[in-house]
Design a protein around this ligand. Structure first.
Ligand code: 5GP
Length: 181
């Protein structure tokens, strides 16, 4: 049995989304991408670090030809507050002009990070830029962004697990947990 509550660093978190529910939902997103991008050879661009489990599980559900790439940006710096300053740590190493891009992100909170990434990619003349987000906090959103694929809409509370961290810890949890304040 998975624990109902976990301690990560100095905070307690309660189970919010089970591993089974995550897996079932990702299968659905994968099927949608297979249909929407058949014959388009999309490039899935994972945003490190938080995307790594979602990206891996999503890609396993995609059975059309596709390429995989990564970028790394920092906005939270390990705490619970969203930073307005976004720093780019690792840029794409491929030419994406004329390509259909799917940005794979762990969570869209204020949307500032996704705005930064989308604008950066759009400047490179891709055929299209779409977003696949594991989690989306609609109440925190500050940007006018279209999120084509969202696995789960959640409350505006801090979460960890399944790739997402708190103070660098908790990424290895198989479920998603919400902070208990
Ligand atoms: P945004 O720019 O949309 O406010 O934040 C995006 C980034 O902040 C995400 O990629 C993620 O790294 C981090 N983030 C936002 N909300 C949470 C959260 O609830 N938990 C964790 N661990 N990270 C979050």
């Amino acid at each position: 049995m998975n624990p109902e509550t976990v301690t990560v660093a100095d905070k307690t978190f309660k189970m919010m989304i089970s591993a089974e529910t995550i897996s079932t939902r990702i299968k659905v997103l994968g099927e949608q991408i297979n249909q929407d991008f058949a014959d388009q050879k999309p490039v899935l661009i994972g945003i490190l670090n938080g995307c790594f489990l979602f990206m891996a599980d999503l890609v396993k559900e995609i059975n059309i030809p596709c390429e995989i790439a990564f970028m790394k940006v920092s906005s939270y710096h390990g705490g619970m507050e969203s930073k307005r300053v976004i720093t780019e740590d690792y840029d794409l190493k491929m030419d994406v002009s004329g390509r259909n891009l799917i940005v794979v992100e762990d969570i869209v909170d204020t949307g500032n990070t996704m705005r930064f990434i989308s604008d950066k990619l759009a400047a490179r003349n891709p055929a299209s830029v779409n977003v696949a987000a594991l989690l989306y906090k609609p109440d925190a959103m500050e940007q006018d962004l279209e999120l084509k694929y969202v696995a789960f809409e959640i409350e505006n509370k801090f979460v960890v697990g399944y790739g997402l961290d708190y103070k660098g810890l908790g990424r290895n949890l198989n479920e998603i947990y919400q902070v208990v304040l």
